[in-house]
Ligand binder design. Structure first.
Ligand SMILES: C[S@@+](CC[C@H](N)C(=O)[O-])C[C@H]1O[C@@H](n2cnc3c(N)ncnc32)[C@H](O)[C@@H]1O
Length: 206
């Protein structure tokens, strides 16, 4: 599948996430070990999430860094990842918090009849086949008034891959009210460095 963003899932390289898990948190925006980077994400997340404690579903949670921030802000977290090694790390990171980590498909999470106030997804949707279908499935997991918080981007300049904000908002428009895009490329604190590719979050309420 090709979009105006360049290349998307058909071109997404196969990634062995189990093999990547041990070093995943070494990237500043993955592990959030640097207090300045962690604070930058924490400050943004606080503005993206409801003020009151909410039921939050983090899909493709990786090692659980975003889930941990959300749990620290008082939200009840359910996190899902396909990679056993990622799940193991996320469980360790979230131990002692109001959080459960499940192994399963992000596109069809193993949550039964449960419904959520927030679906948080960072850097995963662009890799999933048929994002329009996936978003419809996710919409059905949200309670009325619930919201998507989707952090995505288009990476690289020579052979860019990812999902542009324009494409994602077009996919969300039939499902949500007025998706709002917040650009993230201009804030080096989030990435631990300057970046010049397209990085953004879309917040959209159903
Ligand atoms: C780029 S990492 C992002 C991790 C996390 N969201 C973050 O921002 O730190 C992608 C994650 O998605 C997971 N993943 C990839 N495809 C998946 C799928 N189909 N279902 C569930 N998890 C998936 C990988 O195992 C990996 O942990």
């Amino acid at each position: 599948m090709t979009s105006e963003s360049g290349r998307t899932v058909a071109d997404a390289p196969y990634v062995d996430w189990d093999a990547r898990a041990a070093a995943f948190d070494d990237e500043p925006d993955h592990g959030l070990r640097d207090p300045e980077v962690r604070e930058a994400w924490s400050d943004r997340l606080r503005t993206w999430l409801p003020e009151d404690p909410a039921d939050l579903l983090d899909l493709g949670c990786g090692t659980g860094s975003m889930s941990l921030l959300a749990a620290g802000q008082g939200h009840r977290v359910t996190a899902v990842d396909l990679s056993p090694a990622m799940v193991e790390r996320a469980r360790a990171k979230l131990a002692g918090h109001d959080a459960v980590v499940l192994r399963g498909q992000a596109a069809d999470p193993p949550v039964g009849e449960r419904r959520f106030d927030v679906i948080l997804v960072r850097h995963v949707l662009w890799t999933l086949p048929d994002p329009a279908r996936v978003l419809r499935r996710w919409r059905d997991l949200l309670r009325p008034g619930g919201r998507f918080v989707l952090v995505e981007g288009v990476w690289g300049t020579l052979h860019p891959v990812g999902l542009s904000a324009g494409r994602l908002t077009a996919l969300l428009e039939p499902l949500t009210a007025a998706p709002r895009v917040e650009r993230l490329s201009g804030d080096p604190r989030l990435w631990g460095k300057d970046v010049d590719d397209e990085r953004y979050v879309v917040i959209a309420t159903v």
